[in-house]
Design a protein around this ligand. Structure first.
Ligand code: SF4
Length: 692
């Protein structure tokens, strides 16, 4: 079939933000390609971008609002559904106060969708109980970066890796989670002679390209990276000029490094001392060293400290503020950066402006006509617990699926079941939507206009490739409609602030309040987007941050102490479970499990090391029961040396064996991120299903 038109948009899956050309005929998408001159991905797409777009045509897509009556969803009109929500939210607000309400925003939705949902909850319902999945992935990185340098985004552009001399990649299965960035890293190694250090408890694909693999025990990152810092200081490989001019608290920090000798760290993390020394020398003596990390670093009860130990390496060596250097937390979902920028967080208004600063509250109240009290709201895990305790009574969940993504899912389900009223806005009835009182059918990212912000801060357009089916609507229009109805029910003066004619107008309002977006307009985003900060309308964008200074002035060293994970293996639960992604799926699976690419990875597998399998007399493909103190699941085994001895891996995409039934809901006390990466588990053969 011949293509009638090609619509250029941005991939709806991961934070790399690849440019996608979708070929359309008779209102149907035929195929996806990407132009060779695309600045982010140079014409490359992974399997999700190339083939995963067909989820929009899945027959299970919900295309009408639904209201639950007598325990079953029944189709309803938009007026019925939105009026019911407005009634119930207004009633909850009047009877129990603003903080009895809460919202989960969505890292898959646009900046405009997220900006408006947080505005609805802040300006109309007067609560800061707004969060999204950044709490569950990079919250530890965000807090550490804010504390150390005052900004939490990637400092550099991912494709700059070819300009580095040495890369450290840690806690990141880059080849499966950020495949096109992995492609650029492989090119950097193979074609540009860049040296690669991978620090990861699993033998991830990038190990095949590495000079050095540091296979640390899960949860021991502070010991490993502080020992590298110890070597850098002991061998005087520090950048003294950078430390004097651009950092503070160095002398205090250095004293605390004394105990982190490589020999001592080896006992904790299992990495040979000589490899720690080699890695430290390689990184510190490079002209340009860069660090990339993902969820393996922050998803711990000491995730903030883990990220801080990496930040210290850059501050000691001055490997920041120049091309090919930097601190780069790779963001997961396509718009987790943008949702954070747009204020989908309980402690910050849009643009990371503190929610407990009266001057900030005053600024937003002037623009919006109202704002909540100047105190922080609850995080995702706190909202779930507050629902369980009856303090949060009504919730709005846009595009997230906490019954797949939260830890300790039995507990999460018990808590959410106690809500008096739950609204879910999504494409499919997922595990969380099963509990909802009202379901609102949203348009997908391929069926609406908007912007999303990728992992290296590039704000890019998404476009209406095909029209939204049946009664589905773009999230931003649903939120505006609902906001007006709630204002009416509450009897507050109807403001003009919800009469947006287009998402471009919504972005204009956000840009007027967020200095980093001040110079961004839809016109300026053609053809390749802009990397924030863009302070004025003629500013070209900022590929490299911190060239002269940090947002907090000087970079600050924070002394660290190694703390073990909350759970350690024992006789009852002798293995460490770590969780993550596979190439073919994305997060809770709401989208990719409704795509044809599900056939490539249709079932969950637990990966186990050959020697552990042999010890347990388990063969590849056999069914096993994996149990933790919180639950149990049954799934098949894959015997592979990707898993280290004593460490098993389960992907978190599969509802039929949800890894988060097992994970620990203990949280980092500073960032409130759960300890997804270390849970003690047991494995037993399930004999009756072994031939299934
Ligand atoms: Fe889409 Fe990410 Fe794959 Fe690029 S790497 S095609 S953004 S899923």
């Amino acid at each position: 079939m011949m293509t009638e038109r090609i619509v250029s948009t941005t991939c709806p899956f991961c934070g790399v933000g690849c440019k996608l050309d979708l070929h359309v005929k008779a209102g149907q998408i035929l195929k996806a390609t990407s132009p060779y001159d695309a600045v982010v991905n140079h014409g490359n797409l992974c399997v999700k971008g190339r083939f995963g777009w067909d989820f929009i045509y899945n027959s299970q897509r919900v295309t009408s609002p639904m209201i639950k009556r007598g325990g079953r969803f029944e189709p309803a009109s938009w007026d019925e559904a939105l009026d019911l929500i407005a009634d119930r939210f207004a009633e909850t607000y009047r009877q129990h106060g603003p903080d009895a309400l809460a919202a989960f925003c969505c890292a898959k939705a646009t900046n405009e969708d997220n900006y408006l949902l947080q505005k609805l909850f802040r300006a109309v319902l007067r609560t800061n109980n707004i969060d999204h999945c950044t709490r569950l992935c990079h919250a530890g990185s965000v807090v550490a970066l804010q504390m150390a340098i005052g900004s939490s985004a990637m400092s550099n552009t991912a494709s700059e890796c070819v300009k580095s001399d040495v890369m450290i990649v840690t806690g990141s299965n880059t080849a499966e989670s950020h495949p096109i960035i992995a492609l650029q890293m492989k090119e950097a190694v193979r074609r540009h002679g860049v040296r690669l250090i991978v620090a990861d408890p699993r033998r991830v694909e990038m190990v095949d390209f590495a000079d050095l693999w540091l296979c640390q025990r899960p949860g021991t990152d502070v010991a490993l990276f502080s020992a590298m810092a110890h070597v850098i200081v002991r061998e005087n490989l520090i950048n003294r000029d950078f430390i004097e001019k651009r950092t503070e608290n160095f002398e205090t920090y250095v004293k605390t490094l004394e105990e982190f000798t490589p020999a001592c760290a080896e006992l904790i993390c299992g990495v040979p001392a000589e490899d720690i020394v080699r890695a430290a020398r390689l990184y510190a003596t490079a002209r340009r060293g860069v660090i990339y990390w993902a969820l393996g670093i922050p998803e711990h009860t000491h995730g903030t400290e883990n990220a801080m130990s990496l930040i210290h390496l850059a501050l000691l060596t001055g490997h920041i503020g120049r091309e090919g250097t930097g601190l780069n937390p790779l963001r997961g979902q396509n718009n987790v950066q943008g949702a954070s920028d747009a204020g989908a967080m309980p402690w910050h208004y849009p643009g990371y402006q503190p929610a407990d600063d009266p001057a900030v509250v005053e600024k937003f109240a002037r623009q919006w006509g109202a704002a909540p009290a100047a105190h922080r709201g609850l995080t995702t895990t706190e909202i779930v617990s507050a629902a369980g305790a009856g303090r949060v009574k009504a919730m709005f969940i846009m595009g997230e699926n906490p019954l797949m993504s939260e830890p300790n899912l039995h507990h999460t389900a018990q808590c959410l079941q106690k809500l008096e009223f739950l609204v879910v806005q999504d494409l499919f009835i997922n595990e969380t939507a099963e509990l909802a009182d009202v379901f609102l059918p949203a348009a997908s990212l391929l069926e609406k206009e908007g912007t999303i912000t990728n992992t290296d801060r590039r704000v890019q357009r998404v476009r209406t490739v095909v029209e939204p089916p049946a009664q589905t609507r773009p999230d931003w229009t649903i939120v505006c409609d609902l906001a007006k109805r709630i204002e009416t029910k509450l009897g507050v003066a109807r403001s003009a602030h919800w009469d947006f004619q287009s998402p471009a107008e919504v972005l204009n309002e956000m840009a007027s309040l967020v200095p980093a977006y001040a110079g961004i307009t839809y016109d300026r985003l053609e053809p390749e987007g802009l990397q924030w900060p863009v302070p004025t309308t003629n500013h070209p964008g900022t590929p490299i941050l911190f060239t002269d200074t940090f947002p907090r002035g000087r970079g600050k060293f924070h002394p660290l102490v190694y703390k073990p994970s909350v759970e350690s293996p024992d006789a009852q639960f002798p293995f460490i479970l770590t969780t993550g992604r596979v190439l073919y799926h994305w997060h809770g699976g709401t989208i990719t499990r409704h795509s044809q690419i599900d056939h490539a990875a249709p079932e969950p597998l637990v990966e186990i090391n050959p020697s552990d399998a042999s010890h347990l007399h388990i063969e590849d493909g056999q069914w096993v029961r994996v149990s933790s103190r919180r639950g149990a699941i049954e799934l098949r085994v894959r015997v592979t040396d990707k898993s280290s001895r004593g460490v098993v891996f389960i992907p978190f995409h599969y509802a039929e064996a949800a890894a988060n039934l097992l994970t620990n809901d203990a949280v980092d006390p500073v960032a409130f991120i759960p300890e997804y990466k270390v849970s003690a588990v047991n494995i037993e053969i399930v004999t009756e299903r072994s031939e299934a």
